[in-house]
Ligand binder design. Structure first.
Ligand SMILES: CC(C)(COP(=O)(O)OP(=O)(O)OC[C@H]1O[C@@H](n2cnc3c(N)ncnc32)[C@H](O)[C@@H]1OP(=O)(O)O)[C@@H](O)C(=O)NCCC(=O)NCCS
Length: 305
């Protein structure tokens, strides 16, 4: 992105590096100066140096990279220097407050501009960021889903400590796939570049005769957690459920995380958790057609028992 907006521009004229005579006040069109213990190096137009009778070896062309650079954008000068080095063009990089500047041998100015324009063009051709695909699971997805669930729950969500053996969520998920309350449209995978990187399942649950969804487990591969994949899976579930005129979604989890999707303590809607000890961690999202006046205890799909 930064490279694509680089706009290299050549300043008029030629520039030289001179060692400024000690004690002489700085005059003329100084373009850059660096003070060192050994003396003051100054970059100025060649004609100016000639007029002042100052000696120089290097005669350069000045190219400004018109991207608004920040000193944090280290990648920009690295990419530019590498491309010029590849083309066997030497270059001095000067970072100003607003932009980066290059001094290349005057004879190489046109070729340097060509190299920089090629670099801009190549960066524009870079592939866009891969798109996250959310879709219902397909028959061949099960092994990948179970493997990702094992990885996601290798640390207990409750204690944060490593789980010994296979996390219980893996067995639970396998049983949910096989149970009568399994709903294919709500076993949703997140796929990135063809890899399944997240999964969420909701199965049929009930409060009395009222059918609800019971969400969980939900997992994202550890290396991609906290990049919005869990959020995307939650939103996809909620969108599908609203579109299908489901009444509500229940789950057990951290109120810190799920409240952002509109989940509230289930008891505030008249629904008791299967285990009263779960307290505010048992949450419910009333969907668009939540009936109101509900009272009773939530029953998950069989395998949760
Ligand atoms: C929980 C999980 C599914 C969330 O998916 P994710 O892709 O990592 O989450 P997102 O990137 O969409 O959301 C990240 C946000 O949620 C917060 N968050 C993530 N997990 C959280 C948790 N357990 N408690 C509180 N907040 C949490 C993050 O702080 C972050 O907040 P921010 O955006 O304000 O910084 C995923 O982290 C995971 O697989 N964890 C291990 C398994 C697990 O705990 N599953 C849930 C229990 S059923």
């Amino acid at each position: 992105m930064l490279l694509a907006g680089m706009h290299p521009a050549l300043r008029d004229g030629e520039f030289v590096y001179v060692l400024w005579p000690e004690g002489r006040p700085l005059t003329g069109a100084v373009a850059a100066a660096v003070r060192e213990a050994e003396g003051l190096s100054v970059v100025l137009p060649r004609g100016e140096a000639d007029g002042l009778g100052l000696a120089y070896d290097f005669v350069g062309a000045w190219i400004t990279l018109q991207v608004h650079s920040s000193l944090a954008a280290i990648g920009l000068t690295a990419a530019v220097s590498a491309a010029l080095a590849e083309a066997k063009i030497s270059c001095n990089v000067l970072a100003g407050f607003h932009h980066d500047h290059l001094l290349v041998p005057a004879a190489d100015a046109d070729r340097a501009l060509e190299v920089l324009h090629e670099l801009v063009a190549a960066s524009g051709e870079q592939k866009p960021a891969p798109e996250l695909v959310l879709r219902a699971e397909q028959p061949g997805d099960r092994p990948a889903i179970l493997a990702l669930t094992a990885a996601a729950f290798a640390l207990s969500p409750v204690t944060g400590l490593p789980v010994s053996g296979e996390p219980e969520e893996v067995g639970l998920l396998a049983r949910l796939f096989a149970c009568g309350e399994y709903l294919p449209a709500y076993s949703i995978v997140a796929e990135l570049n063809g890899e399944i990187v997240g999964h969420v399942i909701s199965t049929r649950g009930r409060v009395g005769a009222l059918e609800l969804l019971g969400l969980g487990p939900i997992g994202v591969v550890p290396r991609l957690q906290r990049h919005g994949i869990g959020t995307a899976l939650m939103k996809e579930t909620i969108d599908r459920a609203n579109a299908a005129r489901e009444r509500g979604i229940a789950l057990l989890g951290s109120p810190d995380y799920y409240s952002r999707f509109g989940f509230v303590a289930s008891t505030s809607l008249g629904v008791e958790a299967p285990d009263p000890g779960w307290g505010a961690h048992f949450q419910l999202l009333p969907l668009a057609v939540w009936p109101g006046g509900v009272s009773g205890t939530f029953r998950y799909a069989g395998p949760f028992g």
